[in-house]
Design a protein around this ligand. Structure first.
Ligand SMILES: [Zn+2]
Length: 336
């Protein structure tokens, strides 16, 4: 699914493909791996914040605008982000910023005219990278973050079918509430651990520890219009939202630590009565399957091949960015 587990998986596989194709930006992502992976999640998913405060213990819980019912005693009140004396619900923050970080979907009706069509993505991304070099260079960390963000935009569009290209039919569709846990568990265990040898806890902790990148305000058009991006995409610049956006990005990092731990806990397997690895009861209930049947369904639908397609498509967009950018093509090919 397209939570932290899915997006980290897409990003790592994309980077492998970028390196296989010997693209110039690949070594930058390797040198700043955590920034690259952070961009691939927090670069777009600005709704990473609590959903509620539990009444019984006053603890924050949940994720963004998703309803949460796990509080002790069951009662909770909506969580809000306070900035300059104003309170914002996660869904209001989603409405203000989500389309800006996903470009081709997720816009409110009011902002729909700011949508960037698929075939304009490479120029939008290239302008964002060029401006980062001009405004923040010669540091490479910001470039790695922006590259990661491009992978999020492409992969989220494909898995959610805003852009055609996948033929995934897993249980009841491509990306559904019922099949999302299967995509997560398969990505976590079969691809992450078995295929890539990934230490998930360490990787996610590194992502949560990355700093806010000021360039994110620019590529989301939450700043004074300037640079190549403003010359090419004239509308929708909102510098008056800068302070709120900075507070949102800081909150994303704070809550990411907790959210990633929640996700890690949800992915754990424990032996069932037959001594075989079993997913937690909640995920079994959502999917209607035990772990063995979930992995079988993933294999039968060629989930691995479809995720490979996402990675290949994202690498092709990075290739298209480089094709239109003499500046990126001139980057050093020094190994990492
Ligand atoms: Zn997203």
């Amino acid at each position: 699914m397209s939570g932290i587990v899915g997006h980290t998986t897409y990003a790592i596989l994309t980077l492998k493909e970028v390196l296989r194709r010997k693209l110039r930006t690949g070594p930058i992502a390797v040198r700043h791996y955590s920034a690259f992976l952070a961009g691939a999640y927090l670069g777009s998913d600005i709704q990473t914040m609590p959903s509620v405060t539990c009444a019984a213990n006053n603890e924050e819980a949940g994720y963004g605008g998703i309803p949460y019912s796990g509080c002790p005693g069951g009662s909770s009140k909506p969580w809000m982000l306070r900035v300059d004396g104003e309170d914002y619900l996660p869904r209001q923050i989603h409405g203000l910023f989500y389309g800006r970080s996903h470009l081709i979907f997720g816009w409110t009706k009011e902002d729909e005219s700011l949508r960037v069509p698929w075939d304009h993505l490479p120029e939008y991304f290239a302008a964002s990278l060029h401006d980062a070099i001009d405004f923040y260079g010669p540091s490479e960390r910001t470039l790695a973050y922006i590259l990661g963000w491009t992978v999020h935009v492409v992969s989220d569009s494909l898995i959610k079918s805003f852009q055609p290209g996948l033929t995934l039919k897993l249980l009841d569709g491509t990306y559904t509430p019922r099949n999302r846990p299967i995509q997560d568990l398969f990505s976590f265990h079969e691809i992450g651990i078995r295929e890539l040898g990934l230490d998930w806890a360490a990787t996610l902790a590194d992502i949560a520890a990355t700093p806010v990148e000021a360039a994110q305000l620019h590529f989301m058009r939450i700043s004074e219009p300037r640079g190549e991006l403003a010359r090419m995409f004239k509308g929708g610049w909102k510098p008056e939202r800068k302070k709120l956006m900075m507070a949102v990005l800081a909150e994303n990092r704070r809550w990411a630590r907790r959210h990633f731990n929640d996700e890690l806990a949800e992915m754990q397997l424990s032996p069932n009565a037959k001594g075989k690895p079993e997913a937690n009861a909640g995920l079994q209930k959502t999917t209607g399957l035990d772990y063995e049947a979930m992995i079988e369904a993933a294999r039968a639908s060629d989930l691995r091949g479809q995720i490979g397609k996402i990675a290949s498509e994202a690498a092709s967009i990075i290739e298209a960015i480089e094709r239109r950018s003499a500046r990126l093509r001139a980057l050093s090919t020094a190994p990492f």
